[in-house]
Design a protein. Structure first.
Length: 303
């Protein structure tokens, strides 16, 4: 799977249901080994804490061996290209490859010559499909827990922040729309793209919050920004930072997601990050089961 945009609502729901089943089996200490005998290559050309570790745990807990590649410390420093690095890892004998790269479209390009199964772990500003699946599952869990049913149909989710540079935003919007949710995007006008099919645009966070059942707070991606998109982090926090006061004022008590990593005091306050409506660590925990579902499904498709 190189993009969530390739999947329709039924296919997304199947992956979420499969993740839930793996979670149940893990709780019962009865996980099967659908990846026994397989080798998964984890290729991270960009930094990661959550995605890399959860893919590795998911693969190992389902019986696979893993090959771990991070650009730091690799032969990329000696001039090896991405394509040659990938061919080299594939020649070690991997069945599935997980790849993160800072340039949009790298997984799609690799599909032209890689024979192992490919999973996109984030390509530049383009897509982060497994993160979107995690966010969808975490929302389903939360709505189910509060008794409004696990369906996302008819729910309103606001994606807040640096939409322009966010691969999470693009995958989230597709996934949420495919499951019937209404999607608002909110941020400084300089960080909103001109067009984003399926999303409604807001620059007033309080107006968006007044309609929201959940908010997904994106990290300000300083490393991808070429130029000053807002006057200062303090100004960003004043206008777009999620605080308890702002949540309470909305009268909605929305669930709070953040794909992470989070910047406390820029995207949100510690009170919100660690508060009762925060799903942040539940998202991390769900990451292992979503990645199990993706790895097992891809492996089955190849056998
Ligand atoms: N959400 C996410 O992709 O986090 P990492 O960069 O830590 O993997």
């Amino acid at each position: 799977m190189v993009g969530l945009a390739d999947l329709n609502g039924d296919e997304i729901t199947e992956l979420l249901d499969r993740a839930v089943e793996f979670r149940r089996l893990a709780d019962e200490r009865a996980l099967p080994s659908p990846l026994a005998g397989a080798t998964v290559g984890n290729l991270f050309f960009e930094n990661s804490t959550r995605t890399r570790n959860s893919f590795r745990l998911a693969a190992k807990r389902l019986g696979a061996e893993t090959v771990e590649f991070t650009e730091v410390g690799s032969s990329v420093a000696k001039g090896e290209t991405v394509a040659d690095t990938v061919r080299t890892i594939e020649a070690l004998g991997v069945d599935l490859m997980v790849i993160r790269h800072g340039s949009p479209g790298v997984p799609h390009r690799l599909r032209e010559f890689v024979t192992s199964g490919l999973l996109n772990a984030g390509d530049g500003t383009h897509e982060h499909p497994t993160q979107a699946l995690i966010d969808l599952l975490s929302l389903r869990d939360a709505f189910s827990q509060e008794g409004t049913g696990e369906s996302l149909a008819g729910k309103t989710v606001t994606v807040v922040g640096d939409i322009l540079h966010s691969r999470v935003a693009r995958s989230n919007i597709h996934g949420l729309r495919a499951l019937g949710a209404r999607v608002l995007v909110c941020g400084p006008s300089t960080l909103l793209p001109r067009q984003l099919p399926g999303a409604e645009f807001f620059t007033d966070l309080d107006a968006a919050l007044a309609q929201s059942d959940a908010v997904n707070l994106l990290r300000v991606q300083f490393e991808r920004q070429r130029g000053a998109f807002f006057p200062s982090p303090a100004e960003y926090y004043r206008l777009f930072g999620m605080t308890q006061t702002r949540l309470t004022r909305s009268g909605r008590d929305p669930w709070v997601l953040a794909p992470g990593p989070i910047n406390r005091g820029i995207e949100l306050s510690s009170e919100v990050a660690d508060g009762p409506r925060s799903l942040i660590l539940k998202q991390v925990a769900n990451g292992v089961f979503i990645r199990m579902a993706c790895l097992a499904t891809l492996m089955e498709a190849r056998r």
